[in-house]
Structure formats: structure tokens, C-alpha cells
Write a protein that binds this ligand. Structure first.
Ligand SMILES: Cc1ncc(COP(=O)(O)O)c(C=O)c1O
Length: 468
């Protein structure tokens, strides 16, 4: 998408939240105090926050109004019934289990169905999905399509490789596969969408081998938009109709509703298997709360009921996806290599390519994350070897992540295109001095999800950087 072609925001601003840019000297101090881990910086010290599109959406006037309708009864709340009806309509499943966010849905599911040593197959696991699988003794296997690695701007690079899927099931046996999951859109693979054709093919394989087929559908509406725009036969279909076809292909869904729920908190499982529903809700009551609130307030359920419908509005989606494309265009124009085409919720910069002087073990992605903060007060996130490096169990060697990426996620309905132009100017200044960017080392880490909490130190220490 070229500058100038993009539709304007299909909303106007009714309430604003001030943001402030600290001085460069203050930013240098803050990042050092945070041990170069951007998660440890307070939001008031961030100018533009692209850490995540999760739980960061701006709510509509209809959502704020719905919030006042919250029924906070412990059991059988009116708000749950409203939420349940919307979820059943969109996701086409009989049983709805609310929970407070996506990883709880994963925890509930894998604690209940997974036996030690069983596989969970995914187009690409998101980090919490992978961590929850491993934590319950499972083995997480990614089966992305071959095009996922291509630098060509092909559509539907989020697809699963069906040939590898079937080979895997034949080789290991269907009984060893606890679940096949399709992540839509495929967050860890550049936010790329999955085609309807691929969904039908995976569904057919899963059902032929009697393996449960679920969606991790945090960004289902964005995926439906791509199907409408880019897949033959869908151009004239409304988004809700595409969503119906999508969800009719699966046995159930796990959703972090903090994305396409257009809400600040929330998640759920929806499924048709009554026996499994019973087992899941037993655990739900132990770890989250009763069946009709699952760790959420009644007002949260009201907000979600509205958000899940608003997110399927074509004008909203058209602006959203084209804004991300415009963002990608500006970052590329600034000289940073990005994953193309841009996906639904973020621009992914290939830091490995941008900073060839920094090897994966010195985390080029993290170097770029730190630099975006120092240069412009912008918070981004590394999706590379800090997040995804693994230790090879046979050799004990560290295997780096497939790519060293930096994700710039766009919160929904929050930033305008002038914010995007500012970020592109910052990117340009970083590109101009990219050879001077240093590598980093981890000095403290946890066993799971280390990126959230690890401490780092700069390798080629440039002490002058922290001088006033
Ligand atoms: C694809 C996907 N699945 C699951 C999750 C986990 O959701 P939550 O952050 O609500 O726990 C995320 C969060 O970003 C995600 O992108």
C-alpha cells in the first residue's frame, strides 16, 4: 500500500490520553536501569508503545456504554448470557468457557487433554502456547508452509504444510498427537494469514485421523479480511460469513480476546465436546472462577460481546490492515528489511539482515529494540533468539531462532498515521548509524518465557552513550 491510497480512520476521537517523550539522556538512563529489557520500563517512560496489540485497543463508545450494563452476579449473570450468545453465533460452538486471557485457555486445555510425551502440532506456536504445551509435558511441533520462509510477498504465508502434517501423523501415530492447532493469523510467523483452502485441508486430515482440530484465533477477523481480499471466491462474501465457514471447519477454539475482541482483557474456549467441556470447567472453577465469569467481571463480558461484533466491520478492518501496510511501507522506505507482505497486526523487521555484524547469539533483534527506545522512546519487542532459541537435547548446543525479528505491533484504533510517520523517521536515523549498534548478552534468565524477565548487558559497551 502506497502513501496516499489508504482509507482514513473510520472513527473520530472522543477521548485522548497524553503521552510524553523523555529526553534522550533520560531514555538512556531508563534502558540501562531496566537491564536492557524493554519489558521492565514503565509505560509512562514510553512515547509510542508497540510492544503488543494485546489488551491495548481503544474501546468504542458502544463498548463504554455496554460496560455500564455489567451484571456482576457470581452465577448465571445476564452479561455472561449476552457474551455466550455472541460467541456461539460467531464461533459456531455449543459450549463457551470464559477465562481472563488466552494463556489460561491454553493452560486449561493442555492440563486436561495432554498426556506426557504427546505432540501438539501447529502452523507456528505462539510463545505461551508452546510454553503451556511444554509445561504439561507435551512436545510442540511447528509445521509452517514452505512459503513462510520466502522473501517474496506471497499471500497466506501463515499456512500449515499439509504434506508434512500428514507425514508426521503417519510416522508418529495419530494417538501420539493430542491436538492440531491452526493459529490465525500466524503471530509468530510475521502475523501472516492462513487461507480457507489450507484450513479445509488441515481439517480434513485432522478428522480423517480422528485428531481434535482447534483454532488459536486471537486475530480471526483480521484473517477473514485477508481471505476476502486475497483468496479467489471470497471477494463478495461478508466477513461474518467467512468467519462462519472458518469455524465450521474446527472442533473448537481458544481465543485471547485481548486482540480481536477489541477489549483490554478476556479470553475463552468454545467447543462442541460436552464431556471435555465438563472436565475443562472443573479445572476452570479451581483456577479462574465459576463457569459464567471465569476470572472476568460482568462488565468485561459486556465489552467483549460488543467488541467481537465490531471487529468484523469491513470499514474497520480495511483501515486496520491498510494502516499496517502503510506502516510497513514507511519502515521499508527508511531502509529496514521487513517481512512481506505485512501481516494483520504488526510490522516485523528482519534485524538479522539489518545488523549482519551482530551474530544471533548476541541478539541483533534486542539491539534494535534497545535502539528504537534510545532514539525515539518507542517500545518494540524482540522475536528472535531471546524468545525462541532452544537447546538441542542430543548435543546440548543452543539452536538459534529461525529468524531474528523485531515486532512493531499496532494497538487497535490507538495511533494515527502521524505517529507512524514519526516512527519511520526514527527508523531512518537508526539505519543511518546501524553499523555502530552493539550486541548483547543475557546475564540472568528464567526457564520459561525468559524474554519477559531476563537481564541483559551490552557487549560492545559504549560508555559515552550513558553520559549526559
Ligand atoms: C496467537 C496467540 N495466542 C495466544 C496468545 C496468548 O494470549 P494472552 O496474552 O491473552 O494470554 C497470544 C498473545 O499474544 C497470541 O498472539
Amino acid at each position: 500500500m502506497k502513501k496516499g491510497k489508504q482509507p482514513a480512520e473510520p472513527y473520530r476521537i472522543k477521548s485522548v490520553e497524553p503521552i510524553k517523550l523523555l529526553s534522550r539522556h533520560e531514555r538512556l538512563k531508563k534502558i540501562k536501569q531496566a537491564n536492557y529489557n524493554i519489558f521492565k520500563i514503565d509505560s509512562e517512560d514510553i512515547y509510542i508503545d508497540l510492544l503488543t496489540d494485546s489488551g491495548t485497543a481503544a474501546m468504542s463508545n458502544a463498548q463504554w456504554a455496554a460496560l455500564m450494563m455489567g451484571d456482576e452476579s457470581y452465577a448465571g449473570a445476564r452479561s455472561f448470557r449476552r457474551f455466550e450468545k455472541v460467541v456461539k453465533d460467531i464461533f459456531r460452538k455449543e459450549f463457551v468457557i470464559p477465562c481472563h486471557q488466552g494463556r489460561v485457555a491454553e493452560n486449561l486445555m493442555f492440563s486436561t487433554i495432554l498426556q506426557k510425551g504427546q505432540y501438539v502440532l501447529n502452523n507456528t506456536h505462539f510463545d505461551t502456547t508452546r510454553a503451556n504445551t511444554l509445561h504439561k509435558g507435551g512436545i510442540a511441533v511447528d509445521l509452517p508452509c514452505r512459503e513462510a520462509k520466502s522473501s517474496e510477498p506471497l499471500p497466506f504465508k501463515g499456512n500449515m504444510d499439509c504434506r508434512r502434517l500428514e507425514e508426521f501423523v503417519k510416522e508418529h501415530g495419530a494417538e501420539k498427537v493430542a491436538m492440531i492447532i491452526m493459529t490465525v493469523t500466524n503471530n509468530s510467523s510475521g502475523g501472516q494469514p492462513v487461507s480457507m483452502a489450507n484450513i479445509h485441508e488441515v481439517s480434513e486430515i485432522a478428522h480423517r485421523y480422528n485428531i481434535p482440530f482447534y483454532f488459536d484465533c486471537a486475530r480471526f477477523a483480521e484473517n477473514c479480511y485477508f481471505i476476502k481480499r486475497d483468496e479467489p471466491g471470497f471477494a463478495n462474501k461478508p466477513i461474518p460469513e467467512i468467519a462462519r465457514e472458518l469455524f465450521d471447519a474446527c472442533d473448537g477454539v481458544m481465543m485471547s480476546a485481548k486482540k480481536d475482541g477489541l477489549a483490554n482483557i478476556g479470553g475463552f474456549i468454545a467447543l462442541n465436546d460436552e464431556e471435555l467441556y465438563g472436565r475443562l470447567t472443573e479445572l476452570l472453577i479451581i483456577i479462574e472462577g465459576y463457569r459464567t465469569y471465569g476470572g472476568l467481571a460482568g462488565r468485561d463480558l459486556e465489552v467483549l460481546a460488543v467488541g467481537l461484533q465490531e471487529v468484523m466491520d469491513f470499514d474497520y478492518l480495511d483501515f486496520r490492515i491498510e494502516q499496517v501496510a502503510y506502516f510497513g511501507h514507511r519502515i521499508k522506505e527508511a531502509g529496514m528489511p521487513i517481512i512481506e507482505p505485512t501481516g494483520g497486526h504488526a510490522v516485523f523487521i528482519d534485524a538479522g539482515k539489518l545488523l549482519p555484524q551482530i551474530p544471533p547469539k548476541q541478539f541483533p533483534g534486542q539491539s534494535l529494540v534497545v535502539e528504537f527506545y534510545i532514539e525515539g522512546g518507542i517500545r518494540t519487542v524482540e522475536i528472535g533468539s531471546i524468545m525462541f532459541a532452544e537447546t538441542d537435547s542430543a548435543t546440548g548446543k543452543i539452536v538459534p531462532a529461525p529468524r531474528e525479528l523485531v515486532r512493531m505491533a499496532l494497538p487497535r484504533r490507538v495511533y494515527t498515521n502521524s505517529h507512524i510517520d514519526y516512527i519511520a523517521d526514527v527508523a531512518q536515523r537508526i539505519v543511518d548509524r546501524r553499523e555502530s549498534l552493539p550486541g548483547y548478552k543475557i546475564v540472568r534468565e528464567t526457564k520459561f518465557l525468559r524474554h519477559f524477565t531476563c537481564d541483559l548487558d551490552v557487549l560492545a559497551v559504549e560508555e559515552e552513550k550513558v553520559k549526559p
